[in-house]
Design a protein around this ligand. Structure first.
Ligand SMILES: Cc1ncc(COP(=O)(O)O)c(C=O)c1O
Length: 281
């Protein structure tokens, strides 16, 4: 059975419980982060923990652990799940129990859940996927809070329409990010990705670093009308890595197949994560 860390203890998953009075349960007040392992090494653990801290700061949640302590707990939880080949790692910091059920009292709980890595359909990567757009704005988008109501709702809508992801469009018709992904596209010789009012994805930053000497990169606002002129599109996320997109709503992207430059970036990323798992980077 998988082992989780909950508030100072390592327990089997069936004994991993938190209080019903926790603000994470009552109000969706808490933060989380998510990463995976390569060859059992957590990918960019320090960056994910730093983002967890930023997420907490942005919503006014006090963390009672240092980044180093959280990293140690994650590494130990991974070690205690050595029966898993590769793992998904979810770090959650709850809002804690509150006397009046709404005011945080600085007693949040740290949880680390390590589960077997979920494999995704191979066809997404070979044939490309469909995504949809939806008019939704996240509250404090730079924070990965446990309030993901919009994501759960929007993803169900994507599935209803035969898609694998929904991209949020704001009131100014800016295309921002997916429910759990960032978006990139090629237009002429430029690789473009939205600049602000998004969660700064760790995969996004790794990709930007890998391609900076190969492509002309633009971080800027993206108008939804630009969908028609996108030549290649892909989305990035820790669990999905890089998924080529061939349809957005009813619009076919390029020739309807994963683009050449996208496949090049997918290969670069694969090479990098493999080396990372072998502790070579
Ligand atoms: C809203 C949102 N945008 C983007 C991402 C992608 O971030 P990362 O590459 O760090 O997984 C996520 C990850 O879950 C997310 O929730």
């Amino acid at each position: 059975m998988d082992v989780y860390y909950i508030d100072g203890e390592f327990v089997t998953e069936d004994r991993a419980v938190i209080s019903a009075k926790d603000l994470a349960v009552l109000r969706g007040f808490g933060v989380f982060d998510f990463l995976i392992t390569y060859n059992r090494r957590p990918f960019y653990l320090e960056a994910h923990v730093q983002r967890l801290k930023n997420s907490a700061e942005k919503i006014g949640l006090q963390l009672n652990h240092t980044a180093e302590e959280i990293c140690d707990v994650v590494n130990e939880t991974v070690r205690r799940n050595s029966h898993q080949t590769e793992s998904n790692i979810r770090i959650v910091y709850t809002g804690g129990v509150s006397s009046d059920g709404v005011t945080p009292e600085g007693n949040g709980k740290l949880m680390v859940m390590v589960t077997p890595k979920l494999e995704l359909p191979e066809s997404w990567y070979t044939d490309g996927a469909k995504i949809i757009t939806l008019s939704i704005e996240r509250f404090i988008p730079e924070s990965k809070s446990t309030n993901y109501l919009s994501a759960v709702w929007a993803l169900q809508e994507a599935h209803r329409q035969g898609g694998i992801e929904s991209i949020y469009v704001d009131r100014n018709r800016r295309l921002l990010e997916g429910t759990t992904t960032n978006i990139f596209f090629f237009k002429k010789d430029k690789l473009v990705t939205p600049k602000s009012d998004i969660l700064p994805g760790i995969t996004r930053s790794v990709v930007l670093n890998l391609v900076k000497d190969r492509f002309d990169v633009q971080l800027r606002d993206v108008d939804k009308e630009e969908v028609d002129s996108m030549e290649e599109v892909f989305i990035t996320a820790s669990n999905r890595e890089i998924v080529p997109v061939v349809t957005i709503d009813d619009t076919r992207v390029g020739n309807g197949k994963p683009g050449e430059r996208t496949r090049q970036i997918m290969a670069l990323f694969r090479e990098y994560t493999t080396a990372y798992g072998q502790q070579r980077v």
